[in-house]
Design a protein around this ligand. Sequence first.
Ligand code: SAM
Ligand code: SF4
Length: 474
Amino acid sequence: MTRKKVVELNTTDETSAIIRENEIDAILAQGTVKDAARVREVLAKARELKGLDMQDVATLTAISDPELLGELFATARFVKETIYGKRLVLFAPLYISNLCGNECLYCAFRARNKEIKRSALSQEAIAEEVKMLVEQGHKRVLLVAGESYPREGFSYVLKSIETIYSVHAGNGEIRRVNANVAPLTLDEFKELKAAKIGTYQLFQETYHRETYAKMHLAGKKKDYNWRVTAMDRAMEAGIDDVGVGVLFGLFDYRFEILALMQHIAHLEQKFGVGPHTISVPRLEPAVGSEIAMQPPHAVSDLDFRKIVAIIRVAVPYTGIIMSTRETPNIRRETFALGVSQISAGSRTNPGGYGDGEKEERAQFSLGDHRPLDEVIRDVAELGYIPSFCTACYRLGRTGLDFMDLAKPGEIKGHCDPNAVSTFMEYLLDYASPATLAAGEKLIADTLASMDGIQRQRSEAMLSQVRAGKRDVCC
Ligand code: SAM
Ligand code: SF4
């Protein structure tokens, strides 16, 4: 597929063409007519793994009947298992700074919040944090920061990425750094790409302009258009993998899912490929934020599962990320419904891996406080393969190249052996005895369920790992 000509977008008119609120309102009005036959027609289409259009998605958001909801969940399970099998990719966020010049009403880092202590980690402190993550067994880090950098400006982020990649401890190192930082200019995105970023992640928070204006009172983030066009600049700068998301709880989730679909369609049209991941953060309590304590459009646990299932069937080849904002139970339930990546053992306060969880510096409260080893054991006992694979990114299988492989299902031949071998690295280098036992059993069961070629490939890679070789991905 050839890439479409890239045009910079930054005017209100052009961004109104990306997110068309009137169209969403009209579709929601039609789609809310309850019609079981139409729901079943959409679910049958979803099983073809080609994704859904806006009308289809609106039909699914209107489901309230428990039987139809059960059918939606079963379809999401089918899509998840067919495309992603039993793999779950693991990562940890790394908060490098909680300095921020914006006034997002839901966030503890907002500029006027006097109830938290501020800090930006030095490069030495970042290296210390990374060493601790590597020693736990992590291979992927998501760098996170508020929108105000110490004196050196944006190069602080670039230096931090270099620092993260430079740390080696025992048999381990971080092999993929993703970043969730404020929207950048085209030139800054080029620098981020040159720093060997994996995925650039940014959440629109809410796609609803009026709500956006009410929630973002000061600072650069007030500019909806600058934010909604960030992925255009990132992709134009050559960053193939971008991650989008919505902060659920700020506005009606049905509107947000449809707007997300419009954003994705825009990127697909313009660049030939949509986002690599979608994140589904739900508002959590945050020190100094009333909105975070009482979300204006609180999403129930049932609706949250519905959101994950709808996204899974609507955009089947885009990964879904579930963070530790959610409780262990909710996380477990959503693995089956479509989640493909999870964070574990997370801290949202800068320095948190060394200092422990400290509310007075944290962005929001966590729902899952378990250490990585415990999460891994739980995941393995549920039959999912924890994966630390970073092969696609390092072998250049990103963006369109990744999707070209993923859509015909070719990627699966690589993913399962890579998941099993990187999981074995974890088990041998970092696991507790109980996790090692659960993991060995899972690997044996997984090998037994593989076809001949995949099994041979996996066994060959496992023998190399057992013999002391590391990072043997294919
Ligand atoms: N500061 C940058 C920005 O806002 O884009 C980058 C990182 S920000 C620290 C990461 C994300 O945390 C935000 O995009 C927002 O969705 C989420 N967040 C903020 N406050 C939250 C809360 N109270 N509960 C859950 N997630 C929250
Ligand atoms: Fe700053 Fe991001 Fe928090 Fe907004 S969400 S206050 S930009 S850290």
